[in-house]
Structures are given as structure tokens and as C-alpha cells.
Design a protein around this ligand. Structure first.
Ligand code: PSU
Ligand code: MN
Length: 302
């Protein structure tokens, strides 16, 4: 695949300076305009403030880019018809000359190809409620099961079946550690109500795990660093439960399926919590990006 790695990102990788991969689906399909562009720029700035180089990933005119300039970020945020690309879509988009934002799965694949080891997002995809009927499980899980990358996230999206997703991660052999907590975070909420078996407390500890993974040469799967949104910034749990139940109902009523499900549910929550879910989502993403930059620095030996 013809990867276009920006000069800044290429230089940083070559010099073993810290780099953080950022996904673009959250920008194009996970956040409302015009806030999405501000957020894309802000997240890159957070990475820079921590002394690392941001590598936002997307496909533009059939070319997978690792590291976007401002104009390219603007296209991802504002262009109509920008697609949502999972990893299975990459060859299709390249051959068609299409443009699309990359999900966690496509971003992790491209980041690993470019040699970027640390990646930040909001919440991972996973097993949807009603899985027994729809078989809807995010392609994020399968890809993370065979990609050696460290993903900092606020757990998995709370619109999902969280315990089923945790079980799938165990089955698939994807490592999960809480960051500063023994509870699995709940995306909009600090605590999903489920425990994790491992806790890491500093960027240096995370980097040690990455080094150990390399020292034993495997497994060839992701390390998930589950970083909770601070309790003061979480969505009110009562409001979350009420609006999420409505959102799931509306999704079914409207017959939304496939790639449309996650953006529909996230957008429903924004609309019906008066923006409070957006505030919590952004707080989570910001925290994850900051932590990822610190992990990348510890990994680079800075
Ligand atoms: N995190 C967020 N907002 C998002 C996503 C993550 O805070 O919109 C995106 C990621 O790109 C993730 C995708 O890979 O949602 C999952 O989509 P699906 O459930 O269709 O696989
Ligand atoms: Mn899905």
C-alpha cells in the first residue's frame, strides 16, 4: 500500500522521537461540525505540548496518509461524502481513489505499517448489545488481536455490551490494563462497573510492558491502556442510563445497521444530553491523547 508519511512524522520516527497516532473517524463521524475541526487541531496541540509529534491518519484521494497538515485536517472535518473506513475498506478506498476517515482498526493498521507504536482514541468499538441478533461486533477487536500497538482509550464505548466486549478481548488475547485504576472505564463514565485484572500507574510502567512484549517477541496483539475520564468530568450516570436506553430504542426503530450504528448512537446522546455527552467525550479523548504522548515519550526513552 502506498503510504504517505508526512515529513515531520517520518523524521520523528527515524530519530526515534515520540509520535502519537490519532484516528480520524472521531473527527469526521463522531463529533458535530464545526466543533470537530477545532477538536482535531486541539488534539494535535496537546500532543505537541507534551513534546511528541501527532500523526493523524486518514485516506485522501485514495492515498493513506500518516500525518496530516491543516488543510488535510480541514478536508477530513468538513468534506461532504468523506467515508468511514475500517481496515477492510482500505484497499477498496485506495483503488477507488476515495477519501475517508479511518476507524480504530484502519488507523491501527496504518500506524503499525508506518512504525508508530502508540495510538490514542476516545473509546474502542466492541460487541454491540443485541449481538445475538445482529452479530454486530466492531472490526476494531479483530484487528487489535493481531497488531502490536499500544492503544490509549477510555475503555470501550458505553453504547456497547461492555462485559461481552471484555470477554471478547480476553478470548482474542488482547491485553487490557487500567491506568491508575482497577476498574474498566466506561467511556462517558469513569467506571463501567467492571473490574480489570491489571493496573499500570505511570507512562514508564506502560513503556516497560511494551519493552517486555518486544523482549518476549509477542504476542502480536495490542496493549489496551484504559484511562478513565476524571469523575468530575464524566457524564451524569443517571442521565447516561436514561438517554442511552432511548438512543438504543431509536436506533432500532429507525432500522439503522452496520457502520451507521455507532455514529447514530453517539449523535443521539449529544442531541439529548444538551451537549453534556460531548463534553465528557472530549474530556476523555483529551486525557487519552495527553497520556499517549507521555507514554510515547517514555517509550522513546525521553
Ligand atoms: N471514539 C470516540 N468516537 C468515535 C470513535 C471512537 O470517542 O467515533 C470511532 C472509532 O473510530 C471506532 C469507531 O473505531 O468509532 C467504531 O465504529 P464501529 O462500532 O462501527 O466499528
Ligand atoms: Mn459495527
Amino acid at each position: 500500500m502506498v503510504l504517505v508519511v508526512s515529513e515531520e512524522v517520518r523524521d520523528a520516527i527515524d530519530a526515534r522521537r515520540p509520535v502519537v497516532a490519532l484516528e480520524s473517524t472521531i473527527i469526521a463521524h463522531g463529533l458535530p461540525r464545526p466543533r470537530n475541526l477545532q477538536v482535531a487541531l486541539e488534539l494535535e496541540e496537546v500532543v505537541r505540548q507534551e513534546g511528541a509529534v501527532p500523526a493523524t491518519i486518514a485516506v485522501l484521494d485514495g492515498r493513506p496518509h500518516v500525518g496530516l497538515d491543516k488543510q488535510q485536517l480541514e478536508r477530513v472535518a468538513n468534506e461532504d461524502g468523506i467515508r468511514k473506513l475500517g481496515h477492510r475498506d482500505l484497499p477498496l478506498a485506495v483503488a477507488a481513489g476515495a477519501s475517508g476517515a479511518t476507524t480504530v482498526s484502519a488507523t491501527a493498521l496504518l500506524a503499525a505499517l508506518a512504525g508508530v507504536r502508540v495510538f490514542a482514541t476516545g473509546g474502542l468499538g466492541g460487541v454491540h448489545r443485541e449481538w445475538t441478533v445482529t452479530q454486530d461486533e466492531s472490526a476494531d477487536l479483530g484487528l487489535l488481536a493481531r497488531t502490536r500497538i499500544t492503544v490509549v482509550c477510555a475503555g470501550v464505548k458505553s453504547i456497547l455490551d461492555v462485559p461481552a466486549t471484555l470477554q471478547r478481548l480476553e478470548t482474542l488475547g488482547v491485553a487490557v490494563a487500567g491506568y491508575g485504576t482497577d476498574r474498566f472505564p466506561g467511556f462517558y463514565l469513569s467506571d463501567s462497573g467492571h473490574p480489570v485484572e491489571w493496573t499500570l500507574d505511570s507512562p514508564g510502567q506502560v513503556a516497560d510492558v511494551m519493552r517486555a512484549q518486544d523482549a518476549v517477541d509477542g504476542p502480536e496483539s495490542a496493549l489496551i491502556v484504559a484511562n478513565p475520564v476524571p469523575e468530575a468530568e464524566q457524564l451524569d450516570p443517571g442521565l447516561h442510563a436514561r438517554v442511552l436506553a432511548e438512543a438504543l430504542h431509536a436506533c432500532e426503530e429507525e432500522g439503522i445497521t452496520g457502520q451507521g450504528v455507532t455514529p447514530f448512537l453517539l449523535n443521539y446522546l449529544v442531541q439529548h444530553t444538551d451537549g453534556a455527552s460531548l463534553t465528557a467525550n472530549l474530556a476523555a479523548v483529551r486525557g487519552n491523547v495527553r497520556l499517549a504522548a507521555r507514554i510515547a515519550a517514555a517509550w522513546a526513552g525521553a
